[in-house]
Design a protein around this ligand. Structure first.
Ligand code: ZN
Length: 467
C-alpha cells in the first residue's frame, strides 16, 4: 500500500473553509444547486461551508428594488432567488451575497463612467453618491429577502457576508499609445481637483505619467503592477526603464522621469483612497440598521497594484473596514493582516465576468439596435463567446493540486480562512451559450465590426496580454 506523503497532509490541512461561488444566475439555469455542490465536493474532496449567490445579473435585477426601475433579468426571478437561499440554509450552508458593481444594465448616463477624454461607457462609477445608493439598495434588499427566508428555517443559517466584486471598476483603453483610463466623470474629477489641484491636467497631455507603467500593445494594455502603496518615485522609474516604457518620454533624465513618477504615485494613492471609501460606503448603507455581524468582503485580483480596481493590495490588507479579501493568491500578494480566502481562478473573477458580460452584450436588443452587433452573423457571435469561455476556463486553478500548494491554513488573525471555488464548468458554459437567443445577423460579413463599440473595447482590455 502506498505511503502518505507530506503533500497529502497539506491537502488535508488546506481544504477547510471552502466556499462555492456562483457568480452569475445563468449558471443555475443549467445546473442545480445540488449538482454544483457535488461537483465542488468531488473537485476539492471537501464540502463547501458556504455559497455565494448574485443579487443582480448582467442584464437586470433579480427582484424589485424600491426606487429603481423594474429592469428584470431573464435568468432569475425573485422566487428562484429566495428558493435557492432557502436550499442553502436547509443544507446548513452560510449564504454570501455578491454584486458586480458595474451594473451595465442601468441606462442612466448620470451614473456612468467617463474616460479622461470624456467618452462614456455603459457601466456605473462607484464613486458617485447616487451609484452608492443604487448599489446598496440592491445589496441591502437582497440581504433582507435572504435573511427573511433563512429566518423561517429556525436553524443557525444566516447571511454571513456581502461581497463586492472589485476586479474591474475602471476599464482601460488605448489608441496609438494614448492610454485612456476611467473614471474622470464630474464627481471623480471634482474629487481629484480638491485633493490635488491641477493633478488631472497633467494626465490630459502626452506622454503623461501613466506611460511609465502602461503601454498600448496594439491589442490591449501591457502594464506593470509591481508597485506597492509605499513605492518611491525612483522605484517607478526603475520599473519603467527595465521594461523600456521610458522610451515615450522626450526627456529621459532621472529628474524628469521622477517628476512624472511622483505625480503617478499621487494619482494612484488618491484613486485608492477614493475607491476604498466608495466601496465602504456601499457596505455601510446596505447594512445600515442591521444588528447582526455581517462580513464585508472584496474580490480582488491580488497583484500589488490593481489597475482596473484602482487600489493597492497592501493598503487593502491593513484596511479594517473590510473583513475579508478573496484574492487570486497565485497572482502575487497574500494578505497578512486581513483574513482572506484564496480565489481558485487566475485573475479572480475578471475573465469570468468578461464572459458573462459579453454574452449579455451580444444578445441585448438595445446593443443590437444601437451598435453594429446586429450586422454580425450568428456563427461569428457564437465563436466569440466560445473563445471567451475557453479563455475564462483556462484560468481555472486545478482542484486538489491548487489546494495543496496554497499557503498553509492559519488560524492567526490575518491568515487564510479558506478558499473559493467557482461553479462554472465547460459543460455549463456551453449550455449557457447554446441557450442564448442570438439573432441571425443582417450580414454574413464578419469584419471586425465590434471594434468601434466602446464596451467591446473595455471587455477586450487585458484579456490578450495574459493569454
Ligand atoms: Zn467617476
Amino acid at each position: 500500500m502506498p505511503r502518505t506523503f507530506r503533500i497529502a497532509e497539506r491537502l488535508a490541512n488546506n481544504r477547510s473553509g471552502g466556499i462555492l461561488d456562483i457568480p452569475h444566475p445563468a449558471i443555475l439555469d443549467h445546473s442545480s444547486l445540488d449538482g454544483l455542490i457535488s461537483n465542488f465536493t468531488s473537485t476539492y474532496d471537501a464540502e463547501p461551508v458556504g455559497v455565494v449567490l448574485p443579487v443582480a445579473s448582467t442584464d437586470g435585477l433579480l427582484f424589485p428594488v424600491e426606487g429603481l426601475d423594474n429592469q428584470r433579468s431573464r435568468y432569475m426571478r425573485e422566487a428562484t432567488f429566495i428558493q435557492t437561499v432557502t436550499q442553502c440554509g436547509q443544507r446548513g450552508l452560510d449564504v454570501y451575497l455578491s454584486v458586480d458593481p458595474r451594473l451595465q444594465f442601468l441606462s442612466s448616463d448620470a451614473l456612468h463612467v467617463e474616460d479622461i477624454v470624456g467618452n462614456g461607457s455603459q457601466q456605473i462609477c462607484v464613486n458617485k453618491e447616487l451609484s452608492q445608493e443604487v448599489l446598496s439598495a440592491i445589496l441591502g434588499t437582497g440581504f433582507d429577502l435572504a435573511s427573511d427566508a433563512l429566518a423561517t428555517l429556525q436553524n443557525s443559517a444566516s447571511v454571513k457576508g456581502l461581497v463586492l466584486d472589485a476586479v474591474d471598476l475602471y476599464g482601460m483603453g488605448a489608441k496609438k499609445n494614448r492610454i485612456h483610463l476611467v473614471c474622470f466623470c464630474r464627481d471623480c474629477s471634482a474629487y481629484f481637483e480638491s485633493a490635488s489641484p491641477g493633478l488631472l491636467r497633467v494626465f490630459k497631455t502626452f506622454p503623461n505619467p501613466w506611460s511609465l507603467l502602461l503601454r498600448d500593445s496594439g491589442s490591449g494594455i501591457e502594464h506593470v503592477d509591481e508597485v506597492g502603496s509605499t513605492a518611491r518615485p525612483t522605484d517607478v522609474v526603475g520599473l519603467a526603464r527595465q521594461r523600456g516604457y521610458d522610451e515615450h518620454f522626450g526627456d529621459t533624465s532621472s529628474a524628469a522621469l521622477s517628476e512624472h513618477a511622483e505625480m503617478l504615485l499621487k494619482y494612484m494613492r488618491l484613486r485608492h483612497d477614493q475607491t476604498a471609501a466608495s466601496l465602504n460606503a456601499v457596505f455601510s448603507q446596505a447594512l445600515e440598521g442591521v444588528d447582526a455581524a455581517v462580513d464585508r468582503i472584496l474580490i480582488c485580483e491580488g497583484a500589488p497594484y490593481l489597475w482596473t480596481a484602482g487600489m493597492f493590495s497592501d493598503a487593502l490588507d491593513v484596511d479594517t473596514r473590510f473583513t475579508e479579501l478573496w484574492v487570486d493568491t497565485a497572482n502575487a500578494i497574500v494578505p497578512v493582516k486581513t483574513q482572506y480566502r484564496a480565489y481558485h481562478w487566475r485573475r479572480a473573477r475578471y475573465l469570468i465576468d468578461a464572459f458573462f458580460q459579453l454574452s449579455t452584450t451580444l444578445t441585448s436588443e438595445v446593443e443590437r439596435a444601437t451598435t453594429k452587433i446586429a450586422h454580425r452573423s450568428r456563427a461569428s457571435v457564437e465563436r466569440q463567446l466560445r473563445d471567451r469561455l475557453a479563455q475564462a476556463l483556462a484560468a481555472k486553478a486545478v482542484g486538489k493540486t491548487a489546494l495543496s500548494t496554497m499557503a498553509t491554513h492559519s488560524a492567526a488573525e490575518g491568515g487564510r480562512v479558506g478558499f473559493v471555488g467557482v461553479g462554472l464548468t465547460n459543460d455549463v458554459g456551453q449550455k449557457i451559450i447554446d441557450s442564448l437567443n442570438i439573432a441571425e445577423g443582417l450580414s454574413s460579413n464578419d469584419d471586425n465590426v465590434d471594434s468601434e463599440h466602446p464596451l467591446m473595447g473595455l471587455l477586450r482590455q487585458f484579456s490578450e496580454e495574459n493569454s
